[in-house]
Design a protein around this ligand. Sequence first.
Ligand code: GDP
Ligand code: MG
Length: 462
Amino acid sequence: MRYENRDRLSPGRLFELASELTRRARDRELKLAVTGLRRSGKTVFTTLLVRHLLDGSGLPFLSAAREGRYLGAKILPLREEEAFPFDRFEEALSTDPPRWPEPTERLSRLRIAIRVRSPASLSRRLKPYRELTLEIVDYPGEWLLDLPLLIQSFEEFSYEAFALASAKPRAELASAWLARAHEVDQTGPADPLAIASLVRAYRDYLGACRDRLGLFYLVPGRFLAPGELAEHPALCFAPLPPAPLVPGSLRAAMIEAFTRYREEIVRPFFARHFSGFDRQIVLVDLLTALNAGPAHFADLRRALERVMYSFRYGRNGLLARLFAPKIDRLLFAASKADHVAPSQHAALKQLLERLVVSAHRAARFEGVEMAFLALSALRATEVVRTDHGGQILSCLKGRPLDSEREVVLYTGEIPPDLPEPEDWTSGRFRFRAFAPCRLVPGRPAPHINLDQALEFLLGDKL
Ligand SMILES: Nc1nc2c(ncn2[C@@H]2O[C@H](COP(=O)(O)OP(=O)(O)O)[C@@H](O)[C@H]2O)c(=O)[nH]1
Ligand SMILES: [Mg+2]
């Protein structure tokens, strides 16, 4: 009987059914990656995203919620070491007074099962409910800075490091490391003490670039936030000026560690994690970069440009040649949009777009749908309108992080295009950071465009 039935299906219909089945199987799982450079808002975004999915409220732009089909979600258990500590982060934001979650520097994951009613179509009769298992992976954007190392030689890596260190603003911080790199006997035996001191000097220099200058373009990406790799021998290298390569020499040992870093740390991340991502959000904190000035802003731009290598899938893209990435939607979000008045959100989004796309006009993002947003995963301010001698201004009310009291502030304007030299000297960029508002059970947490972000990232799967 069964065979008879099957025989009646035309090859075309069979193919249709088979693809429907595979599509469904595939649709039940979605891997959403959350990244961004240090302090860009990954932890806060992930925490609030999960909280909203658990609550199912306060997301008017998510079509499944708007259409009344959203039923709920539950967190699925995961192995402890890599699990995103949602409860701890939610707790920090729920205490009185609330605190922002503590900084993190490693990859963490969370799995959540989401249940919706099927959309009113044929498939609702076949299957009234749909479940989507969403895996969220939060990882440091600094790791993406390392992708180009996969095709660079030690000489190329070193050349770039020296070129950067000789220019402003890094040059002043580089002298101790540079002196050591030039005086070390590269052709002599691989003395572990000499190597350790050279690596420490390079790392201190990178650390100073980060902590004293607030820079982001710091390669290798794991040197400052190695997480669980702190003791890994592959982290024992530093750039060297050109010299002949003698077997068993200090230079040979450095090249060996460089190769191990590439093969044992960088490549596995792209092969094991990155190539499995379906959707990606990249958070960018433009406001802190604008506050910090032109050198910092240019550095952020350079770092983003390098991060973009990871999403250039064009036939000749670096990643496409090395792995088979499958991200089909890529969202860039300017985070902490609640630090500026709503009238500035369009400019904030546009500035981000200029920063990311202008650098890559010629780049090809075949098969990847890109979008841009101004976002605040947890809105910490309220908008108030004040009369300023007859002129109505949009101001923000909130408690600045460095203050005890709530204040009402005029926060200024975001340039919709890359800032001009005079923008930097006029002192116009002084955006403040705010303390979080408290999460209260049963009350949707305020946000800006979190639902739009969700609709873009997973709306089509619900
Ligand atoms: N006002 C506001 N501040 C935010 C928001 N998201 C992040 N922040 C701030 O940015 C800091 C870094 O955020 P976090 O998520 O820890 O960044 P990560 O290093 O990328 O994980 C937080 O401690 C907050 O001060 C937001 O939506 N609104
Ligand atoms: Mg974090």
